[in-house]
Ligand binder design. Structure first.
Ligand code: HMG
Length: 445
């Protein structure tokens, strides 16, 4: 069977930075450690005045096409995943194709384009669409371009304001991929939830605390569904487990829950029993409340064990390195978690070829998806090409007053003109609105 998966990826971060412990926390009268230790975030990325979901997506895609030596004819499909769209009819992929056609000979007139929506999980669903299209033999030897692009802004004063971010991930999905092969097996956990939504409004209505519970509940269902069609998951099976990362503190909770699930009825549970006892079993408790209390106490002890800490440090912690510096990128978030993990392996000279990842995607509203990936032979060469660290370092560091202006600039209900903070160079920029209120773009040399 032909292997299908991600051949290469590129990342484009918004070019502005808000320092959370240094700039944001003092303004909010909060302890900086709430951000660095509690949420696990150092900074958020923001789009400059000339940036938006189209420019970030097109810039990531152009970099990817250049690096892989691709022409428009090599691409048979462009799918954009976003929850920051500004049009209910014309998809962002048409704008991005239009941008790319400004700089390439040829065009994308015979490429299938669309836009996927299901909160943050849409990025992974777009990968599915590309995978299925190739597996069905409809691709005519062409690859698919999948772009996850978002400006994750919350209303000012909303608790979510601390977890904002902006950036794009472009992924090339193809046969015999150089980076990772996707498993056919998938597990889903999906339910009609109202934890985070944007009913025709730019900034989300969020029940933050509940959204965290819904994330964990759907993720657990997805793991169980995945295991029903593959082997039971075990902590030693996966080199890394990249999760959707709205902020690293959320993944801390998901990692602990996942570990507890994976070690149940294994020799690891037995060996830990001497130190912290076996995991509570519901049948041993008079009611659900007593059982849940026992579980909470057990988890508190589990997270302090050397076994868990070592596993977390190796398998989960490396997935958080980019997210800590850029915040939530919604649809791109789980894909920067995968990139961060592979980057960490490449930097430490680890050979990952043939090893497996377990990928946990999530979108509010709500759905989780679990699938496995097998790392391909040429993964290290692909990952070495990323320049995300340089991009992160080069961001303009906003003062709080500047942050407020940038937030207003990207608020669809306001018309605020501000000067750019950075000078655009070799990139697509937003230039204004055309006669039918469409957004316009050009490439700046
Ligand atoms: P909050 O209420 O301001 O924060 O908002 P908190 O008081 O809960 O503190 C956060 C953590 O910091 C806690 O850690 C505190 O203990 C700790 P925890 O107990 O949970 O482990 N803390 C400190 N630690 C050290 N020193 C200190 C200190 N102070 C506090 N001094 C909340 C948090 C997540 C609710 C908020 O940011 C929010 O509403 N965010 C948006 C919603 C969200 O991100 N939800 C995540 C799950 S849903 C999801 O992932 C989907 C999403 O990406 C959207 C989509 O799918 O489209 C959001």
């Amino acid at each position: 069977m032909t292997a299908v998966g991600i051949d290469a990826l590129e990342i484009w971060t918004g070019k502005l930075k808000l320092d959370l412990p240094g700039t944001f926390a003092p303004q909010k009268g909060e302890d900086p450690e709430k951000y660095t230790k509690g949420l696990g975030l150092n900074a958020s990325s923001f789009p400059d005045a000339h940036e938006d979901i189209v420019t970030m997506g097109a810039n990531a895609a152009k970099r990817l096409m250049e690096r892989k030596g691709l022409a428009p004819d090599d691409i048979g499909r462009i799918d954009v995943a976003t929850e920051s769209a500004f049009d209910n009819s014309k998809p962002v992929s048409t704008y991005i194709a239009g941008c790319l056609e400004q700089v390439y000979d040829g065009d994308f007139h015979h490429a299938n384009k669309g836009e996927r929506k299901f909160a943050c999980i849409a990025g992974t669903q777009s990968l599915d669409d590309a995978y299925n299209w190739i597996k069905a033999g409809r691709n005519r030897d062409r690859a698919a371009l999948v772009i996850a692009t978002d400006t994750a802004l919350y209303a000012r004063g909303d608790p979510g304001e601390a977890t904002q971010g902006a950036g794009a991930v472009a992924m090339l999905v193809d046969e015999d991929p150089d980076l990772v092969e996707l498993s056919t097996e998938q597990g889903y956990g999906s339910a009609d939830e109202t934890d985070f939504l944007k009913p025709n409004q730019q900034f989300p209505s969020v029940d933050g605390k509940r959204s965290m519970q819904v994330y964990l509940a759907r993720m657990r269902e997805a793991v169980e569904d995945f295991e029903s069609i593959s082997d039971p998951t075990h902590p030693e099976d996966f080199a890394y487990i990249p999760f959707h990362t709205p902020f690293p503190g959320m993944v801390r909770k998901a990692g602990l829950l996942g570990y507890r699930h994976m070690i149940r009825n294994t020799p690891i549970e037995e060996s830990l029993a001497e130190e912290i006892g076996l995991q509570p079993r519901e049948d041993d408790y008079a009611d659900r409340e007593a059982y849940e209390e026992a579980i909470r106490e057990h988890m508190d002890e589990l997270k302090s064990t050397d076994e868990y800490r070592e596993w977390y440090g190796e398998v989960i912690e490396p997935t958080l390195a980019i997210s800590r510096e850029v915040g939530n990128w919604y649809t791109g978030s789980v894909h920067i978690a995968r990139a961060a993990a592979l980057k960490s392996a490449a930097e430490s000279g680890r050979d990952l070829a043939g090893e497996r990842l377990l990928v946990g995607s999530y979108g509010s509203g709500a759905q989780a998806e679990i699938h496995a990936e097998t790392v391909a032979d040429d993964w290290a060469e692909e990952i070495d090409e990323l320049n995300v660290d340089e991009q992160i370092d080069e961001r303009y560091d906003l003062s709080f007053a500047e942050y407020e202006k940038v937030h207003d600039r990207h608020n669809h209900d306001k018309t605020i003109d501000i000067e750019d903070f950075t000078v655009p160079e070799e990139e697509f920029v937003f230039t204004g609105w055309g006669r039918m209120n469409e957004r316009t773009y050009e490439y700046v040399e």
